[in-house]
Each structure stands twice: as C-alpha cells, then as structure tokens.
Design a binder for this molecule. Structure first.
Ligand code: NAD
Length: 293
C-alpha cells in the first residue's frame, strides 16, 4: 500500500507558491491578498482561521482577516463583503463556516464577488464546475484531485464511488471526478447496501464524518482510498486525536493507495485556498495586461 502524503505535497506546493509570490510581487507592485472573515468564538473555527493566516504569511500572501463578535448582524457582514469586493488589495474572500444561527451563510456567500470566491462555493463557481469551465474550485475537492494527479493516478474510465453528497465536499468531488472521465457513483445516508457499492470502486472517497465507516470488507483489493473525514475522538488513554472515516489499520492491508488522517486531504485544503487566491490574483493581472495591449 502506498500512503498518499498530503502533507509533503502541501509543503512542496507552498514552497512553489512562495517563489511565485516573490516574483509576481516585484512585477505587479503588490502581493496577493486574502480576507478571512470569522464570526464568534468557535474554537475549531478559530484554529482553522489561524492556520489559514499562518499559511498566508509563510508564502507571502497578505492577510486582511476580520474577526467579528457573535452578535454581528447580517447587514454588517454583507457590507464588509461588499467593501472587500471593491478593495483592490484583496484577491480572495472567505467566510469561515459555520456561522452563528442568526446569520444566513448562503446569502453571505452569494455576496462575494465570484472572482474573489477563494472557497469556490459561490453558485457562479459551482455552475462553472458543473459546466466544466475554468473557475475557482472548492478547496478540499480540488486538493483531492491534485493529490491523485501528484501520484499519477488516472481517473479515466475508472469506477469512482464518493460517499457523502454535501455541497462542500461530496458533490463537487463527484463532478471533478466526472470531469476527469471517471464513472461516478454518489452514495449517501439513504443508500442501500453501501458495502456492495463501495466494493465496486477503483477510487473510493469517504466524506461523511463517521469514524470507521469504511471497513476492509468494503474495499476492492488495490483500490485508491481517499479519506476526507475528520473526527475528533478520545482514545483509550484519554487523549484526544483526529481520525478519518476509514478504518486505517485494516484498510491499509487491502488498498493500493490510502490517505492518512491527519496528513492527507486536510493538509491539502489550506494549500488549495492559497492556490485559489493566487489564481484570482494572476487572473486580475493577466486581464489588466490584456486591456493595456
Ligand atoms: P456533511 O455532514 O455536510 O455531509 C455528510 C454526508 O455524509 C451527507 O451527504 C450524508 O448523506 C452522508 N452520510 C451520513 N451518514 C452516512 C452513512 N452512514 N452512510 C453513507 N453516507 C452517509 O459533512 P461535510 O461537510 O461534507 O464533511 C464530511 C466530512 O469531511 C466531515 O468529517 C468533515 O469534518 C470532513 N471535512 C474535511 C475537510 C478536510 O479538509 N479534510 C474539509 C471539509 C470537511
């Protein structure tokens, strides 16, 4: 079994991004910029935001993060997003989810300029994905595809099974695999005989949020198994740690390739966010160059 090392690939990509930023900053007179908006004090969200800001700093992307108190109104946040849409120093805008209950996250995501939609969740970008047009792709699914590419795992003609159908992970991954010419099945909480569906997969993606959902009996020998799930558990020694949706120890005896948790898909997600910010920045400068010609 070959372990798909998301952490190593993320480090390699971040080193490449840092070089590109250095070069383009000199050429264009400013660095790319990312604004992460966070509301409230959810500790998991705060940790994710801190990770994103640290990664920006490491590659030379400017951070325009804003932290709002829990009681912030929809109108205040919408106004901030509109200002960031107009701010030429900002190439990517991201609203850290989940938001407190009184806020309508979909309405806020829809306020983001689709060309600054670093998370690729605006309906315009989801529509571009659906149509197979270039655009900003959601970070976790794009990270999965980049990982497959790095290990030269071809999708063409393969049977791919995606477990999970969320707009954040399952559906966009399924569309990306389809775009890569796989034959795609989407399984979900109402699917019957999940094990039989999963066993057909040459490429099996688990994106559920349920520890040990994927057992060795569900995996075809030699299959590529991608574990997107993140579950925090307390182990027998009383220590808290992260595990995925796949029973790693058992599945590694059967699978051809497998992503670890942590150090697999999760490590790629932040890097794809930086990549998206860089993409928006480059698009902006290539557009203004074309206009000047
Ligand atoms: P979600 O709760 O929105 O969706 C879960 C999906 O799993 C649903 O579509 C549901 O139909 C399906 N499901 C639930 N129980 C099932 C079952 N018993 N059998 C088959 N399908 C079942 O979650 P999400 O936002 O899509 O995230 C999924 C997992 O991926 C979570 O663990 C989340 O933490 C993780 N995640 C990881 C990253 C990363 O960077 N690695 C990013 C986003 C989400």
């Amino acid at each position: 079994m070959q372990r798909l090392d998301g952490k190593a690939l993320a480090q390699k990509m971040q080193a490449e991004l840092a070089q590109q930023v250095q070069h383009l900053q000199a050429e264009n007179g400013r660095s790319p910029g990312l604004a992460v908006l966070m509301v409230g004090d959810n500790p998991a969200s705060a940790a994710y935001v801190q990770n994103k800001e640290r990664a920006c700093l490491a590659v030379g992307i400017a951070s325009f993060g804003k932290h709002f108190p829990t009681e912030t109104t929809q109108a205040e946040l919408a106004q901030t997003i509109r200002e960031l849409n107009q701010d030429d120093r900002v190439d990517g805008i991201l609203v850290q989810l989940p938001l407190p209950d009184h806020l309508d996250s979909v309405a806020l995501l829809n306020e983001i300029d689709p060309n600054k939609d670093a998370d690729g969740l605006h309906p315009v970008n989801l529509g571009r994905l659906m149509r197979g047009e270039p655009g900003l792709r959601s970070c976790t699914p794009a990270g999965v595809m980049r990982l497959l590419e790095e290990y030269q795992i071809a999708c063409k003609g393969k049977q791919a099974v995606v477990i999970g159908r969320s707009i954040l992970v399952g559906k966009p991954i399924a569309l990306m695999l389809l775009e890569a010419d796989a034959t795609v099945t989407i399984a979900h909480s109402r699917s019957q005989d999940l094990a039989a569906i999963a066993r057909r997969a040459d490429i099996l993606i688990a994106a559920v949020g349920c520890q040990n959902l994927v057992t060795a009996e569900m995996v075809k020998p030699g299959a590529v198994v991608i574990d997107v799930g993140i579950n925090r558990i307390t182990d027998s020694t009383g220590k808290s740690r992260l595990v995925g949706d796949v029973d790693f120890d058992a599945v590694q005896q059967v699978a051809g390739y497998l992503t670890p948790v942590p150090g697999g898909v999760g490590a790629m997600t932040v890097t794809m966010l930086l990549h998206n910010t860089m993409w928006s920045y480059s698009q902006k400068f290539s557009h203004s160059e074309r206009k000047a010609q």
